[in-house]
Write a protein that binds this ligand. Sequence first.
Ligand SMILES: *Cc1c(COP(=O)(O)O)cnc(C)c1O
Length: 398
Amino acid sequence: MNPEVKADEAAFLMQTYKRADVEFVRGEGALLFDDEGNEYIDFLGGISVTSVGHCHPEVVAAVRDQAGRLMHTSNLFYTAPMVALARRLSTGSLGGKVFFCNSGTEANECAIKIARKSARARGVEHPEIVSFEGDFHGRSYGSLSATPGLAANPDFGPMLPGFRSVGFDDADALREAVNPNTAAVLIEPIQGESGVFPVSDQTLLAARAACDEVGALLIFDEVQTGIGRTGSLWAYEQGPVRPDVITTAKALGGGVAIGACIGNPATGEVLTAGDHGSTFAAGPVASSAALAVLDLVDDPDMLRRIRSLGTRLSGQIAKLGGVVEIRGRGLMIGVRLEEGINSSDVSAQLLKRGLVVNAPRSDSLRLLPPFVLTDEQAEKAVALIEETLAGYHPVESK
Ligand SMILES: *Cc1c(COP(=O)(O)O)cnc(C)c1O
């Protein structure tokens, strides 16, 4: 890659990321191209963002058209794309009102505010929010405090009070942790950043029951699972319970930054004038992009394709040498590798061979392929994974 870009990155960007040695310059559908003209199949999608593929013509047209007419007015005025998007998100999920923002982190901040205000309204003085160990909810102090793995870093303390966590998918511990001070249980229905771990139906039912018992809210962070990723518009639709609030971002804008916190008819009324805000949120360009994304994804044929492609890919990858477990749903796939095979190493090799994946933990790969992946691209990707894993001479074949 261009050494100047690399040197300037090191000189001028705060070094908060470990980047792979690739400079991407173009994307089209499931493909990415680097500055040397090499082609890659993108099984990461900018971390579950470009789910409809790179530069989808419908999204590009919506952005171009809107960018040429009006880009920003602030939320002190009405704009039609924002209102149309709110209607669409509400009617397509919990049926309550929507708050817009610019990221997943901010969507969760809004949910936390709704939870705390609701708890205070029923007389709770020290509201608590319960999450699972391994959950990821974001990087600002509220969402960070709800992210146990990162909140434990003493460099950034103190965290906000009023957050606690229990073991992942531990229904008993969750029941025990929920008490009259509980404002909300805030969880990812399928943990994404920690490596694709679905919460069991039985725990989801326990969470719903525990929340109902004390009047707490059940909040699903669908920032990664939402917008079709699991084969339904929202992951909760395939589970046994309905949450009171969901948060979304990542794939919502097809590559343009936008997030939303969506309530049910009751929780959507909690925040009122002055309670919350955002300068950029749901600007005309981001809203138009999101409407184009929903036109593509909120479609029975598309959702069926996600499920069938997910089943096929998972089945094929499960059979490969070096793979010991497949987790997830739809096109959100965690692949646990045989002991002794380091996932970061595999991910680096795959990148060299032209497949972009990610390694959220040392024993697992995470695959988040785009919904527009062709059968041929899917086959090629499986072959690349097979070839790469074959190079490891696993200790024992299965
Ligand atoms: C990515 C992610 C977030 C944070 O979203 P940002 O847009 O990076 O702020 C929150 N929750 C989950 C489940 C995520 O995957």
